[in-house]
Design a binder for this molecule. Sequence first.
Ligand code: PMV
Length: 328
Amino acid sequence: MNLSVTVSAPGKFVILGEHSVVYGKPALALAMDMRFTMHISESSSFMVNGLPATPSTMSPHMKFLSDLHGGNPLSIRIESRVPSGSGLGSSAALSAAYAGAVRSLNGLSCSKESIAKDAYEAEYAAQGRGSPMDTSASVNGGGIALNVPYKPEDFLWRIEKNERVWDVSRIDVPKMTFVIGNTGIRAATGPLVEKVKNYMDSSKFARDIIDEMGDVTLDGMKAIKERDITELGALMTYDHELLSILGVSCPELDKLVKAALPTSYGAKLTGSGGGGCMVALTDQPEKTADAIEAHGGTAYIVSTSVPGVTIKKNEDTKHRRQKRNNRS
Ligand code: PMV
């Protein structure tokens, strides 16, 4: 009988700190109610959505994770509500879900920390650089912060790479409403992260902007603690200006941000930029969504406080384990 699992992991958006987090600066991200789901069973050969796996169906993240832990070939069926190349963490959700599945099927620890670490390594291998923000948000769910002061009970895990260290902690956020606006322009994360790196390598000004973004995120954390939504919104709008200076916005994102602002506390691009999505913090979500749609975007009013990665062993798997346990 084949082992099989259903795994699911959420997409995310970034309140503050994308790009600067790659350099160890603080960041704040929330998981949201768009999920990436995979139904996976052991098989005689790798299959994705009923087709033999090829480099285009099997993403580099999946390949990395399959190679990392070995195990039998898998038949994988994917259902995703996270648009890809849109700054909403689709590849992180894929990595989180698949890391959980591979760990579960191989009888390894499925602690969130172990899944988050594997998922980050997969993202890093696929992208060539990057932070553990997206993968940690997807694995943990809810709200997370990186490299901000935290209470000991909120600490989740530490991830280190090439002399950079990220301490990931959970954050408690007040009830807030966010509207995502999708430009419909797909942009891969890797080249945008590379673009910022090249700018940083050649310009002190760019390095100062990254430092400033780190300070803005710390101010944002203070605003969240003080439940000061007006201040948080203003910081998001300012952060969008800093991201634009870094060269990761585009006219379509600027247009949607501008359209959202009259009905929002603040708005900014979210994720790597260059296209993809913006996010607005608002208490008039319908009006903000209408304004985004009137300017050519697709709007989603999102829910947060959602669970992170979930792993459900299917009946066959459970029975087989139980039988094995009864025998031993
Ligand atoms: O565009 P996304 O969803 O892959 O988010 C990327 C976030 C960055 O900060 C730009 C990169 C990273 O690895 O943190």
